[in-house]
Design a protein around this ligand. Sequence first.
Ligand code: ARG
Length: 579
Amino acid sequence: MNIRDLLNDKVQQAMQAAGIPANCSAHLAPSKKAGFGDYQANGAMAAAKATKTNPRELAQKILDELDLDDIAEKTEIAGPGFINIHLSTHWLADQANSVLSDEHLGQDKAEQPQNIVVDYSSPNLAKEMHVGHLRSTIIGDALVRALEFQGHHVIRQNHVGDWGTQFGMLIAELEDQLQDGEVAEFALKDLEGFYQQSKKHFDDDEAFANRARDYVVKLQSGDEHVLKLWAQFKKVSLQHSAEIYQQLNVTLGDEHVRGESSYNDDLPKVLAELQELGLAKEDQGAQVVFLEELADKEGNPSPVIIQKQGGGFLYATSDLAALRYRTSFLQADRILYFIDARQSLHMNQVFTLARKAQFVPQSALLEHHAFGTMMGADGKPFKTRSGGTVKLAELLDEAVERAAALIAEKDPDLTEEEKVEVAQKVGIGAVKYADLSKTRTNDYIFNWESMLSFEGNTAPYLQYAFARIQSIFRKADVSPDTVTGGLTLEQEQEKALGLKLLQFSEVLDQVTREAYPHVLCNYLYDVASLFMKFYEACPILKDDVDSVTRSSRLALSHLTAQTIHRGLDLLGIETMNKM
Ligand code: ARG
């Protein structure tokens, strides 16, 4: 159990022993200011209000009942009734020693593992992945990794856009090019160019446009020839995405693809049920559900189109079908969607309607975790110089190139092979970290210089901190794996670092509860900064350092390195031993 939960339980028990009703919470949190202990219990004030007593007196009563054994060296009441808890250095050192030999760094496996579906990345297969897909892909993947680390059963779902009218045009184009002797992989090498070309044919060539429209109908009715072309297109487009996932160090594989098309057979059923329930109604030839729950200020209900005039189904319809599949077949307890904030109304409609129609069990948690837009230096959505969309593949190549230039200058002593490895990990890590470290819900400005800086809250800074610790071990001629204990926390800087390291699992709880990777980034930055302070104040390898102190400090360094390594790994960012 982590320190926060442990103290929370203890204070809660003391509160009940002091006669405070059980629904009053201990409000336990790490202290924000130095001098106010390591943790604070702030529940006495609210409890005093509820029981109409004096808060300081009540805090004293709680303290009288509070038995922290050897956990705390001091407790005190501050201000109107805060309880400050100063943890015992010995106890902290014991905890740190036990975490040192724990692969999970003190993170207990979830007592009740949940089935958690995470919908992320989900690009449109008609086109190449562009910068607009970056955020969903990497934020979603960070959450997937953190939830798995906590012991949950995570089911990744790549809800790719593999259906819709534009596929008629793409298939017709592919057919033409294959007939000219082209191979699919080659024809679709530049997916973006291919799309433009087929669009041009569609706009300029009447016969082509008619064939494209015919193929949409044939695709829907399961025509073998058209389906085969469609499958070919899909396969090559997915290969493009797979390359990007690999480059990005993202854990999505082919087995996680379940595109919109996989719900085709369910769509008429969704409509029929909504009609039976009296929810879907005809409106100008379309089938529409009007949601009063989401009415605008004037009281107009929010329309959700289930089926267009002419019979086509929509984005919302496949999302409804997907929800049913995820809660019934995949048995999801919780579903997380990582989609742009501009789709908030859409998700809200889908969730509201799914609940109304009882397509999902009441207990299922449905969460849309929206995010802001990646902006250019001009404060407008990130574009190429000529105003086009930036391909993700090109952006990532540039990241690695820039990192390579930086490494050539900063680390001339690395071997060529090491330089390649470091450039890859630093370049990709920098792009990911710059994104993940911003509060998800905000827009942010993409900036090469700041993300690749070795100072401040960046991936290179953390990767460097890790590599630096490895170099200490090389100098000491000690293998980090042999460090298994002997950690004490004598100096103030050692205690501050030790306490921070022990808060890893508390931080992860917040990250997975709120789907906020930036909380983990800020934490890792604090860890690295506290390490630098410790390293300045507490020599490790100097001649006058006795061997007991040296091994304790090596142990603390090792725990720091493990925490940074694991934390970055959960963000999908790699470390290296030399940099
Ligand atoms: N393919 C969609 C797009 O590019 C995103 C899909 C997100 N997931 C979902 N279940 N709707 O906008």
